[in-house]
Design a protein around this ligand. Structure first.
Ligand SMILES: CC(C)(COP(=O)(O)OP(=O)(O)OC[C@H]1O[C@@H](n2cnc3c(N)ncnc32)[C@H](O)[C@@H]1OP(=O)(O)O)[C@@H](O)C(=O)NCCC(=O)NCCS
Length: 159
């Protein structure tokens, strides 16, 4: 696979439309546990709430100066030392190593947030995502169900 370097910067209110466009990409919707298209007004409200929330940390991954992915780290309610990660690579930047590079960069952010574990919940059939998380050092910890869909828990230990 191509070597790729990205940096993460905190998301800002100006990223709202970029994140919306990436989130409404059909492949992204199919990979999500809520597959319906996202309504713009609902997204704007969600994004503002997420930026203001203490437990959520939103990042835009940059390749050079170009935004190429959105990463969210969210504090787990039942396990405060765990962050739940969500990753969406810009449709035009997929398959170039961005996903793996963004997850590696997210490790540092998670450590800075004093997390010991990062958890990803991945739809069973999302082969690309399973490979990406495995390549970034996550371990497949078995199957589970999320919002009625078969999923897998992938965990990354930061200890
Ligand atoms: C899944 C996703 C994050 C992968 O990111 P990416 O930048 O395209 O992946 P990378 O280029 O870093 O590739 C990582 C691995 O995944 C594999 N991969 C990438 N796209 C693939 C595809 N469409 N089908 C199968 N494998 C794929 C690569 O071959 C590589 O594995 P390898 O090193 O064993 O060859 C990205 O495609 C995406 O954002 N998809 C839509 C949203 C999504 O599924 N998010 C994750 C939800 S849990």
């Amino acid at each position: 696979m191509t070597e790729c370097t990205v940096t993460l910067r905190p998301a800002t209110p100006e990223d709202v439309d970029l994140v919306f466009a990436w989130a409404n990409d059909p492949v992204t919707r199919a990979a999500s546990f809520r597959a319906a298209p996202i309504d713009y007004e609902a997204h704007v409200a969600w994004f503002a709430r997420a930026l203001a929330s203490e437990g959520r940390h939103l990042f835009v991954a940059l390749r050079g100066a170009r935004p190429v992915a959105f990463v969210r780290l969210e504090r787990s309610e039942d396990r405060p030392s765990t962050l739940v990660v969500s990753l969406n690579v810009a449709p035009e930047a997929r398959g170039e190593g961005v996903g793996v590079a963004a997850l590696r960069a997210a490790d540092d952010e998670a450590r800075a947030l004093s997390a010991t574990t990062i958890l990803a919940l991945i739809r069973e059939e999302n082969e690309a995502s399973r490979r990406t998380f495995a390549r970034a050092g996550y371990v497949d910890c078995g199957s589970c169900e999320v919002e009625g869909s078969a999923a897998r828990r992938f965990e990354r230990s930061l200890r």
